[in-house]
Design a binder for this molecule. Structure first.
Ligand code: NAD
Ligand code: USQ
Length: 434
């Protein structure tokens, strides 16, 4: 049972401590960070610890093992979890623990940790997050579905079984909506629709915005969304689902404190995301790999803002019985070819229009509502503020660690797609010229 003397956290701002963070009576809030060894999870764990929360990272190191499988590594030299945690404690004296747990497979251990530690909140990053990896083969598709769906469902079932009132903050994706436009901004999760009844009346309803995933990975996030909907309704769980855009950048105020705390930087064809890949490609003299015409428009957010948004989500939980709180976590939209042009202009890099290995619209517009976080005080880091720092302090500094053979994206969505390899682009040009 929970400590009955603890003040209720319902009502958003009740119980806010110094700095606006919620605190337990007589101590810090305890937060589990599932997937806290990963790209978004590690800087988030440090930020929450820095704010005075008691942070416990649960991670099975599957991401590091996938690096072994793909024979690639982070561009930045990341330390082991043990060194990371010890360095943080040595520098700040703050408590940060790491538990090796497979959230998708080891339900008993997950439940035991929740029951004994009684976290106030759980931040859930622990999923396989790369679309190209999820499309490599049937085995990769099945792993992604098993891992992501089980991880999310295990967390929800354990929250119910524990009987505790824990706020779950999950990292979802903008990709649940697809990237189309119906002539309106994509709302934050819910869509008002008008339904004609059998007796001719018009009734207004609010539904989850229709999903339109573009990969098996993105599909798992739409499945997560249904799990959240059900558990909020049936068990009155308090859940926030953050529909996040593509994260760019590397370090945050906390990971910058010491090189042993450095965050990971993925650049390979499976895990590297578009903007970070372009920055790294420019630094190593590789042509910028624009898929197809580069007409795809996507939503972006800097890693420092990711961390800030999670902090804001924790400070503003839904109340028991509320529907899932869905928040769009993005700050800018950009077209891929415009990003390539910007980086080419900044660095002198060449651009290669390579075959698109994905089945996706060649061109799309994207308009997204993001009022919630802006209203809560998010001050976005814009591309213009951070790009040069990334090029000089990260991409160029660690360029020597890159394996250029791992850059092309070889995972194809269907048999008709071809790898995003600049060598193929040159071949195509030659054929077209002949
Ligand atoms: P990441 O792969 O770097 O981190 C995920 C972490 O979760 C890894 O440390 C991994 O070892 C761990 N993990 C995976 N399955 C697990 C399991 N079953 N049990 C325990 N730990 C497990 O990914 P990331 O970029 O940090 O993304 C984190 C979350 O944010 C993901 O859910 C992703 O879908 C979402 N997201 C990421 C981005 C982005 O651009 N990186 C954008 C939008 C949403
Ligand atoms: N692209 C290129 N060249 C490249 C790499 C990608 O043109 O070298 C294109 C892709 O074809 C795609 C776009 O850039 O049109 C974005 O690709 P990405 O790999 O940067 O992003 P995506 O696969 O959508 O996935 C990433 C994260 C995922 C997260 C998602 C947010 O890996 O975890 O959910 O961004 S969103 O895109 O908003 O759905």
């Amino acid at each position: 049972m929970r400590n009955a003397s603890r003040p209720s956290r319902r009502g958003g701002s009740q119980g806010l401590g110094p700095g606006g963070m919620f605190r337990r009576s007589g101590g810090a809030t305890k937060v589990f960070v599932l997937g806290g060894d990963g790209f978004c999870g590690w800087p988030t764990s440090l930020r929450l610890s820095n704010l005075g929360h008691d942070v416990v990272i649960l991670d099975n190191l599957s991401r590091r093992n996938i690096d072994n499988e793909l024979e690639v590594g982070s561009l930045t030299p990341i330390s082991t979890p043990g060194v990371r945690v010890r360095t943080w404690q040595e520098l700040t004296g703050k408590s940060l623990r790491y538990e090796r747990v497979d959230v998708a497979q080891d339900y008993a251990r997950l439940l035991e940790l929740i029951v004994t530690e009684k976290p106030d909140a759980i931040v859930h990053f622990a999923e396989q997050r790369a679309a190209p990896y999820s499309m490599k083969s049937s085995a990769h598709k099945r792993y992604t579905v098993d891992n992501n769906t089980n991880a999310t469902h295990n967390v929800l079932a354990a929250m119910v079984e524990s009987g505790l009132d824990v706020h779950l903050v999950h990292l979802g994706t903008m990709g649940v909506y697809g990237y189309g436009t119906a002539g309106m901004k994509i709302p934050e999760g819910y869509l008002k629709v008008e339904v004609k009844t059998d007796d001719g009346r018009t009734v207004e309803q609010e539904i989850l915005y229709p999903t339109n995933p573009g990969s098996v990975y993105h599909m798992t996030k739409t499945l997560d969304q249904l799990l959240f909907f059900y558990y909020a309704k049936n068990d009155r769980l308090r859940i926030t689902d953050l529909h996040q855009g593509i994260v760019w950048g590397t370090n945050t105020a906390e990971t910058n404190l010491d090189e042993r705390l450095i965050n990971r930087f993925d650049y390979d064809g499976d895990y590297g995301t578009v903007l970070n890949r372009f920055l790294m490609e420019a630094a190593v003299g590789f042509p910028l790999t624009v898929h197809g015409t580069g007409g795809q428009t996507r939503a972006f957010i800097h890693i420092q803002d990711t961390v800030r948004c999670v902090e804001l989500a924790l400070e503003n939980p839904p109340q028991k019985g509320d529907r899932v709180s869905i928040i769009n976590q993005m700050t800018e939209t950009h077209r891929v070819r415009d990003l390539a042009a910007l980086i080419a202009q900044l660095t002198g890099a060449e651009i290669a229009y390579v075959p698109n290995p994905r089945k996706e619209d060649a061109e799309n517009d994207l308009h997204v509502r993001n009022d919630t976080f802006l209203g809560l005080g998010l001050a976005p880091t814009k591309l213009a503020d951070g790009l040069l720092v990334e090029v000089t302090e990260i991409a160029r500094k660690y360029a020597g660690r890159a394996d250029l053979s791992k850059i092309p994206s070889t995972s194809t969505w269907t048999r008709d797609n071809r790898p995003g390899d600049p060598a193929l682009a040159l071949e195509r040009e030659k054929v077209e010229k002949a």
